[in-house]
Design a protein. Structure first.
Lengths: 215, 215
DNA sequence: GTTTGTTTTAAACATACGTTTAGGTCCAGT
DNA sequence: ACTGGACCTAAACGTATGTTTAAAACAAAC
């Protein structure tokens, strides 16, 4: 680790370890020893392990959501025509890549963390993320609604979560899948390529024919 | 709990708690006290917590995979025409429901566990599942390949994982989503309805136009 | 009724965890 | 040079975890 700042050193290591092993499975002792700082540093600088988790998310999620919101608002203000489904999904990708300065390693880690945020049942995390970033998400949903006006709202709701699932699930286990791809198909895969494949899949799913009433 | 058998009581409670909280977050003391058995019972009957986790998965995954394999083999043996993508996905659903005797509660729990199996980074679990049930999965992939013969193999590989992600992700956080749906849309959702919505989404995604070469 | 093997029990063990403490170090402001 | 505040450090605290032990309870076989 090259960063001399204790706080950033902790955040860097914690981010990587959380993404790799999960929150409960990563101890403060592992984080601090790997970061080369004292055990008590986490509690001193962040207050608790819980708040460290929040800080890790906030560090990349805040600039990401800010950038995304800016893009969405700009479009409305300038009176441009509505985005297509593809454009909206690509906007997510571009914004995420942009925020990480093209560093695909950290982008991948970020996606893994997002996956954990949903799948690890840490209620404090869901609350934190909802309160902090819920409004941007809702703004995005509004744009999706305009992109697929014929889709009943509840159908759209589900398909957004299906898409989210496909993305989060795939990218959060990206390293494993990359390995399988290498062994079984003798193919070398890139994160950018995977994401490029993801967009048409999700878009087609969003646009799929609405089945007969089921509930 | 009505079951007098210690082993089954443990499995029942462990299954529910693992699905609800995750593996690391669920202690043996919580499991055994809730099951009304002695703490040492887990180590006596299963050997270790790790092996208990395996046993929980094996209990429903083994009959599920056996039933699925039977269906797939029967089709080939009888020389029936190949399954469509939709039929294959629906077969998964039907088999899963069938194995749980229509008990949607346990079906839901089962899906949550599958989600955990992928997202919780317990390497022993992935190894266990791969060795034990990998062959059935590969057989299923073969059928999917026949259902979408124009799709390049690596493209199919990714789209299967996208679909898997959509399903696992959605169904593993099903209870949460159901709650949101109830609050925000004033809609009462069923597991069967969600699954019925999932199939066309995944099928459309599998069949989506192949993008230009990206890697 | 005794014996044999299985199952259950309460207690202890060793370890790992998050957190707190009290004292030290360092450096800018005066 | 001194002081105040921010930062760091080593050690300890209390608690929770998975696992093991040795004895007790039980049930079936003879």
């Amino acid at each position: 680790m090259s960063n001399p700042n204790t706080i950033d050193r902790i955040l860097d290591v914690a981010e990587a370890l959380f993404a790799e092993k999960g929150f409960t499975e990563t101890s403060l002792r592992t984080i601090t020893s790997k970061a080369g700082v004292n055990l008590a540093a986490v509690n001193y600088h962040f207050g608790s392990k819980t708040q460290l988790v929040h800080a890790v998310f906030a560090r990349t999620l805040t600039p990401f959501c800010d950038a995304l919101e800016k893009r969405l608002i700009a479009n409305v203000r300038d009176g441009d025509e509505a985005f297509s489904v593809e454009e909206l999904f690509e906007m997510l990708v571009e914004t995420a890549v942009e925020v990480h300065g093209g560093d695909t390693g950290r982008f991948s880690t970020f996606m893994q963390l997002l996956g954990l945020a949903y799948t690890q049942v840490q209620s404090h995390l869901r609350t934190f993320l909802g309160e902090r970033y819920g409004s941007v998400f809702q703004r995005f949903v509004v744009h999706l609604k305009m992109a697929a006006p014929d889709l009943p709202p509840q159908e759209l709701f589900w398909r957004i979560h299906f898409s989210l699932g496909a993305a989060v699930f795939t990218l959060s286990s990206y390293d494993t899948l990359k390995g399988i791809m290498n062994n079984d198909y003798n193919m070398n895969i890139t994160l950018a390529g995977t994401v490029k494949r993801l967009v048409p899949f999700m878009s087609a799913g969003i646009r799929a024919e609405v089945p007969a009433k089921v509930d």
